[in-house]
Design a protein around this ligand. Structure first.
Ligand code: ASP
Ligand code: MG
Length: 406
């Protein structure tokens, strides 16, 4: 079997942990498998490098920032190569340039386009464990790029797809995907399986276990993922097209405290107003999420939207800068909000799921600011202070703490 194994920053955070990961990979290697290991930078290295950059330049050029950040993963793969050598196993560390992992040219947020397989296949044929830097690529200028924070997951899935791997295992510091964040909802339970679509919603909604682009890619190429812990041998969670073991109405509750709300009040109630507002935001490359427009009254209307914390100040600034053109009365911004969502493929065929969620919130006397839904998701925007209570109440209402087979 060809197995791609990805280990996150915590899993390789110290020399001891690196040795531990090395041993674990060697175990599978000794069973006769071909092993490709993808690593993140050790511990908080990437954060530290970003801080370091800001000490010489508050707005570091993106190319140079990528050049700097890619060193983090290079440290871990070299360390892993040495650890495996210490265990008497042949291994080789490779970076994105040596392999040729081609990406688009956008620094800081590049997308993988093509991976050259020759070098890796050649090393595997030679019975070496291949250790690959996650998170990085090269663009058409032969410059280093990075795939966005958390991007090593995507490297692993892309490699698994390119190499037609038999398994792709994502090792992290949690046991798998849970029905909610166990730090917030103590009764949260580990899922045996989850579909790509559900995982995609959970990943995007801030469940934080997997990089969302890695899930998109896994779905596209049909790569089955296993999310499991590097610290124990418990089974983990399978991410795949269809689930067979547990068919539940709802798979999980996700909390995202990173969301902020911006409201633009007193816009003219006429065609083109929403277009102009969101066009201004799109041009500033600000991703908006939940959108709510009030019914027009006396010729004016209000539009609210949410966006991620890191973009909100910029969102407010561009709207203000375009005040004359957008023609609104006032603008407000609330950072003390959070998104709570339920996700589940089962809701497609079962009415009343949203009502049940709203009832749970009502019972807790929690007010809903905004609502948005998709086929398999219901999201509400509430006060950040209420979100722990909300998540627990919803989790309880859907009975997620217990296993029920259907
Ligand atoms: N080291 C990178 C980061 O912290 C990539 C990763 O860990 O997946 O974002
Ligand atoms: Mg991660």
């Amino acid at each position: 079997m060809l197995i791609v194994k990805k280990f996150g920053g915590t899993s390789v955070g110290t020399p001891e942990r690196i040795m531990n990961v090395a041993r674990r990979c060697v175990e599978d290697y000794n069973k006769g498998n071909d092993i490709v290991v993808v690593l993140s930078a050790m511990g908080k290295t990437t954060d530290d490098l970003i801080k370091l950059a800001h000490e010489v330049n508050p707005k570091p050029p993106k190319r140079e920032l990528d050049m700097l950040m890619t060193t983090g993963e290079q440290v871990s793969v070299a360390m892993m190569g040495m650890a495996m050598d210490a265990l008497g196993v042949r291994a080789v560390s490779l970076n994105a340039y040596q392999i040729a992992m081609h990406t688009t040219s956008t620094y800081g947020n590049a997308r993988l386009k093509r991976i050259d397989r020759e070098r890796i296949l050649h090393e595997l044929e030679d019975r070496k464990i291949v250790i690959v830097t996650g998170f990085q690529g090269i663009n058409k200028y032969d410059d280093y790029t990075t795939l966005g924070r958390g991007g090593s997951d995507t490297t692993a899935v892309a490699l698994a797809a390119a190499l037609h791997a038999d398994a792709c295992e994502i090792y992290t510091d949690v046991d798998g995907v849970y029905t909610a964040d166990p730090r917030i909802v103590p009764t949260a339970r580990k899922l045996k399986e989850i579909t790509y679509d559900e995982m995609l919603d959970l990943a995007t909604l801030g469940a934080g276990v997997l990089h969302n682009r890695s899930v998109e890619m896994a779905k596209k190429y049909g790569v089955k993922l296993v999310v499991r812990s590097s610290l124990n041998y418990s089974e983990g969670t399978m991410v795949k097209e269809e689930v067979t073991v547990e068919r539940m109405l709802i798979s999980g509750v996700a909390i995202d405290k990173n969301a902020d709300r911006v409201s633009v009040m007193g816009l003219k109630d006429r065609p083109g107003v929403a277009f102009r507002l969101f066009d201004v935001l799109a041009k500033a490359k600000i991703n908006v999420d939940v959108i709510l427009q009030s019914i027009g009254r006396e010729g004016t209307k209000d539009i609210s939207f949410t966006c991620e914390d890191e973009y909100v100040d910029e969102a407010v600034a561009v709207i203000e800068a375009n005040k004359a053109r957008l023609n609104y009365e006032s603008l407000s911004c609330d950072k003390n909000v959070a998104k709570v969502s339920i996700v589940g493929a089962g809701m497609m065929s079962n009415p009343g799921v949203a009502a049940k969620m709203f009832e749970a919130l009502y019972n807790e006397d929690i007010n809903i600011n905004m609502i948005s839904t998709s086929e398999i998701r219901v999201t509400v925007l509430i006060n950040e202070d209420d979100c722990e209570r909300a998540a627990n109440a919803i989790h309880e209402a859907f009975d997620l703490g217990r296993t029920h087979a259907m």
